[in-house]
Write a protein that binds this ligand. Structure first.
Ligand code: SF4
Length: 392
């Protein structure tokens, strides 16, 4: 866990538009048309100097992440304008590690060439499934043929890292069906994979269907079996997990941006709902976030205001609690000595009986002075972290 000054900050740009709104999505997304998207970009450009005026860290940003929503919905020329404006107002290294989330239907040799020209190193594809019935259930715009073609096109375009997102734990999905998805995935050989369990959120169309008894989440024990299958299958195939939902063919393909969220490296978020973390000292930080809804965010910017919705101050205890929770979700685990040095809490001394118990149950391993979650621990990482106490 490096001290904050050892890592450069990351820049996140949120694009809230999607061609259609998926029935399981609980993000604040809009379909928007061409005029709405153009208006959004103008507001985003207006946000950059306001955010920069409040960002006192002179360390250059070394990652840029275009997330959403569906950033690939914007023309590359608009993304270039955003990047150029960021570069004018914020310190940015010459060639930041840049990631773009894209939906398969936006991936063509031409769009890939434009994105590479933009400096995109990681292209993250929202494939979700290689099975047509599953894609219909998830109401995605692409079919399995389009999904495969998008991965192949992206790989041929020469991005440093091509990532594929998949969703598992669909109602009635069994291990054999999910294994076929994983086999289809490894046959295409992307560099990075993110696998997420389907969660049914109340204020979504799936949530409404579930409340009416028309849809049921997969029972916990079957979810757990799919989780274990995912990790074992991908590790055996050459994509070991480096975080609870993320797998990479080698360390060079891990998301350099996302790890900043896991170790309290500062980050600045632009766009509706984007979060930021400014780190003053190793044990004091401020987290702040933008208006969630795009119309509110736009209204504040049109009035010349910074579109912040809220903020919180984080002291040593809050930061330590988060670091433990996030660290136990990663394959690297938690470095005990670095933890004590940064946050001032000796985890080992205050949790000695718990550590014995978790090691005996096989959920946790103590290796090279690090608390490393085993697969069964990773499956319940949040609960594992909650079992620890911080002294004082
Ligand atoms: S593409 Fe992603 S962000 Fe957009 S609606 Fe679907 S799940 Fe939500």
């Amino acid at each position: 866990m490096p001290p904050p000054s050892a890592s450069r900050p990351g820049l996140y740009v949120h694009v809230p538009f999607c061609a259609q709104v998926c029935p399981y999505c609980d993000f604040s997304v809009l379909r928007g048309g061409e005029p709405a998207r153009r208006r959004y970009v103008e507001h985003l450009l207006a946000e950059v100097p306001l955010a920069a005026a409040d960002w006192s860290d002179p360390t250059p940003f070394d990652t840029v992440y275009f997330g959403g929503g569906t950033p690939s919905i914007l023309p590359a020329a608009e993304l270039v304008r955003v990047l150029e404006t960021c570069r004018r107002h914020l310190p940015l290294v010459d060639e930041p590690w840049t990631c773009l989330e894209a939906n398969p239907e936006d991936v063509t040799p031409e769009s890939c060439a434009e994105w590479r020209g933009l400096g995109v190193r990681m292209l993250s594809l929202g494939v979700q499934s290689f099975d047509d019935a599953a894609l219909r259930f998830l109401e995605r715009a692409h079919d399995s043929g389009r999904a495969r073609a998008a991965v192949e096109t992206a790989l041929a375009a020469g991005f440093a890292t091509v990532s594929v997102d998949l969703i598992y734990g669909l109602p009635d999905q069994d291990e054999a069906a999910w294994r076929r998805q994983l086999e289809a995935l490894v046959a295409l050989a992307p560099d990075h994979v993110s696998c997420y369990q389907l969660t049914i959120h109340p204020r979504t169309r799936f949530g409404v269907a579930a409340a009416r008894g028309k849809l049921r989440e997969l029972p916990d024990e079957r979810q757990a079996a799919l989780f274990e299958l995912t990790h074992r299958f991908l590790a055996d195939a050459g994509w070991p997990a480096y975080e609870v939902s993320n797998f990479a063919r080698g360390p060079e393909h891990r998301s350099r941006h996302n790890r900043k969220y896991w170790d309290h490296t500062p980050y600045l978020g632009l766009g509706p709902s984007a979060h930021s973390l400014a780190v003053a000292t190793p044990t004091s930080a401020r987290r702040f976030w933008n208006e969630l809804r795009t119309p509110h965010w736009e209204r504040r910017l049109a009035a010349g205001e910074r579109p912040l919705e809220g903020e919180e101050r984080l002291g040593p205890r809050e930061l330590a609690t988060e670091a433990l929770m996030l660290g136990l979700r990663t394959a690297e685990g938690v470095d005990l000595d670095a933890f004590t040095q940064r946050y001032g809490f000796d985890l080992e001394a205050s949790n000695a009986p718990l550590l014995v118990e978790l090691q005996a149950s096989g959920q946790l391993v103590l290796r090279d002075r690090r608390l490393v979650p085993a697969l069964s621990g990773l499956a319940v990482a949040d609960g594992l972290a909650a079992a620890f106490t911080l002294p004082g």
